[in-house]
Design a protein around this ligand. Structure first.
Ligand SMILES: Nc1ncnc2c1ncn2[C@@H]1O[C@H](COP(=O)(O)OP(=O)(O)OP(=O)(O)O)[C@@H](O)[C@H]1O
Ligand SMILES: [Mg+2]
Length: 604
């Protein structure tokens, strides 16, 4: 199974940057930028959390004032009930504000996270259509699916549930420190020294956990790939009796996932006990030092009780902070994977110099000194030149791997050539937009493509907005009306790629009907008949000949009688054109084609 992770990430400007540099450049900054109009709301939430936590941190201080004034009343006998009442009201108000705004915070964070997820999902959806053909050449489907769906859920959950505690506890911790400093500097120092020691320890654990989380997420991507591969090829898997092997492969991946998952949770599980232990140690030190100071008379009873409160309170934020930080790392690793996907190279924006009127097209196609390789270091085509006059039928033949499909790929500009030019009606195809260019072509390939929908929808795909009459006319021309009418719901029969009652030949005829309805000026048939029996092929050939009338067509086929009638035959080998001419001319040459024809005749 292939599993390729992108080795480099591309910035908007197209420069290569290292992964680490990009990570530090800030997933967080990008997330923040993508919050869009919800950024203000985010800051309001931060401000509200700040106020709440300050209230909660101030409460023990007010409580300590109450304790001290009570002590003073008892000692002096001078009862100031008004002052006491004010303190009690302030304390009640602080707790009311402190616990009363949770609803607002939760609602806001759900809004912010869901909006962010919506933005990113939209962008990912658009991205899927803009990726280069090379991307799908070397990225497994499951991994991309995981990034677009699973990682997205992980991220929004992270913002919704982790961010409030991360934010709240961090603020609470700072607020408590400030309040402690105001109450008693020396006692506060015990905590202020303990906090960084705890945080450094937590950081060490977190770095390990983060690596393990990333591995766990990547493993999930691998498993997704295997599931989608096996599911979409389940007939092949069964035919080759590889079910057990695939099961074993999945089992192994599953075990590896379990191992990684347990390891990451095990490491992260250390965080809480460690921070609890540190909090308890500081608490004991506080009791000792506070007790001594009270005996010395440098600390009042109220201040000491406030410190006991703070000591208890600060243990919670540190522990929660560590857990929240941990989960947040997981979400950030998902966000990183989403941005990695969003940064994948796109088809470059086009600035077409010319516009082709596809209705007035003559259909002349020419290749001039074309040089091309799928990878820059390996040239497949050295120097290919030929011209197809308007209306000509061009057959492209040659052994497997000769470059026949590549020639078509270059004509459609699925890949760009390295030098030379490909022209349509004398216009360099690079001067046209891809949309404009591809509008001139109709393609029927060996692998037919059926999407979920009715038969009529599948045919009408060739021409958006086609009427039922046009669909039926195209179906008749493609000889598919007879089998369509035999289906229970005729043109409204629902079909899909995985689950369709159509034979390979029937799907092929549907593809031809789809090309006919599109009415293209140039027709491309790549092995369109190679998987059907000779009788069906005859039907398809008749349908194709109908369609080829008055159009320039390129036919790649192995069966000789399909080729023989072509106006011109191009023989390719090792990426280059070896011979061009009509059937008779090439036979007279006694070259590659003649040899292939001789062996073909004996084989047929
Ligand atoms: N996407 C790709 N990336 C890299 N190399 C490719 C790619 N597609 C094809 N090739 C290579 O380019 C060469 C020509 O392939 P091409 O598909 O054009 O052959 P073909 O003549 O159509 O063969 P066939 O008759 O089997 O369809 C082959 O060596 C093939 O391995
Ligand atoms: Mg091919």
């Amino acid at each position: 199974m292939r599993y390729i992770r992108p080795s480099a990430i591309w910035t908007k400007r197209g420069d290569r940057v290292s992964k680490k540099e990009k990570k530090t450049k800030g997933v967080i900054t990008r997330l923040f930028a993508d919050m869009g109009k919800y950024r203000l709301r985010f800051w309001i939430v931060v401000a509200v959390v700040l106020v709440i936590k300050l209230c909660l941190a101030a409460a023990p201080k007010v409580a300590s004032l109450i304790t001290d004034s009570m002590a003073r009343f008892v000692n002096t006998g001078n009862y100031d009930w008004g002052y006491l009442l004010i303190l009690c009201v302030v304390l009640a108000a602080l707790y009311l504000v402190g616990y009363g705004s949770d609803g607002f915070i939760n609602r806001s964070l759900v809004l912010i996270s869901q909006n962010l997820a919506l933005t990113l999902r939209n962008r990912a959806g658009q991205k899927l259509n803009r990726l280069t053909i090379q991307y799908s050449d070397n990225h497994p489907l499951g991994d991309t699916q995981q990034r677009v769906t699973g990682d997205m859920v992980n991220l929004s959950n992270g913002i919704e549930s982790t961010l409030p505690s991360l934010l709240g506890q961090a603020i609470l911790m700072i607020a408590i420190c400030i309040m402690m400093l105001f109450t008693n500097v020396w006692l506060a120092l015990i905590f202020i020294i303990a906090i960084p020691v705890t945080l450094i320890g937590l950081r060490i654990i977190a770095v390990r956990t983060k690596k393990q989380f990333m591995k766990t997420n990547a493993q999930l991507g691998k498993m997704n790939s295997l599931v989608s591969d096996t599911y979409s090829n389940h007939t092949v898997v069964k035919a080759y009796c590889r079910v057990d092997e695939k099961e074993a492969e999945f089992d192994e991946m599953n075990k590896e996932f379990e191992k990684l998952f347990i390891r990451s949770r095990f490491t992260s599980g250390f965080m809480r006990p460690y921070s609890d232990l540190m909090a308890k140690i500081s608490y004991i030190l506080l009791c000792l030092a506070g007790g001594i100071m009270m005996l010395n008379g440098t600390l009042t009873l109220g201040e000491f009780t406030a410190f006991l409160f703070y000591g208890n309170m600060i243990g919670v934020p540190i522990a929660e902070l560590s857990v929240a930080f941990n989960n947040f790392q997981d979400s950030l690793s998902s966000a990183g994977r989403i941005y990695e996907f969003l940064d994948e190279e796109e088809e470059p924006a086009e600035a077409p110099k010319q516009e082709l009127d596809t209705d007035r097209l003559r259909g002349e196609v020419s290749f001039e000194n074309v040089r091309f390789g799928y990878t820059p270091d390996k040239t497949l085509m050295e120097d290919v030149s030929f011209t197809a006059e308007p209306g000509y039928t061009m057959a492209i033949v040659g052994p497997s791997g000769a470059g026949k499909t590549t020639l078509i790929n270059l004509l459609m500009r699925f890949y760009d050539i390295q030098s030379g030019s490909v022209k349509l009606d004398g216009i360099d195809t690079r001067d046209l937009s891809k949309h404009n260019l591809r509008g001139a072509f109709g393609m029927v390939l060996q692998e037919t493509w059926i999407f979920d929908g009715t038969i009529a929808d599948n045919i009408a795909f060739g021409k958006p907005g086609a009427t039922r009459e046009e669909v039926i006319k195209a179906a008749k021309l493609a000889y598919c009306d007879s089998f369509i009418e035999r289906l229970p719901n005729g043109y409204d029969t629902y079909i899909s790629e995985e689950n369709s009652a159509l034979s390979a030949g029937e799907k092929q005829l549907l593809s031809i009907a789809r090309a006919i309805i599109a009415d293209p000026k140039v027709l491309i048939l790549d092995e369109a008949t190679s998987q059907v029996d000779t009788k069906t092929e005859e039907v398809i050939t008749r349908a194709m000949q109908e369609m080829m009338k008055g159009r320039t067509s390129f036919i790649i086929a192995h069966r000789l009688y399909t080729i023989r009638n072509a106006d011109r035959i191009i023989f390719m080998k090792d990426g280059d054109i070896k011979e061009v001419g009509s059937h008779e001319e090439l036979l007279e040459k006694h070259g590659y084609y003649a040899a292939m024809y001789a062996s073909g005749i004996s084989a047929e």
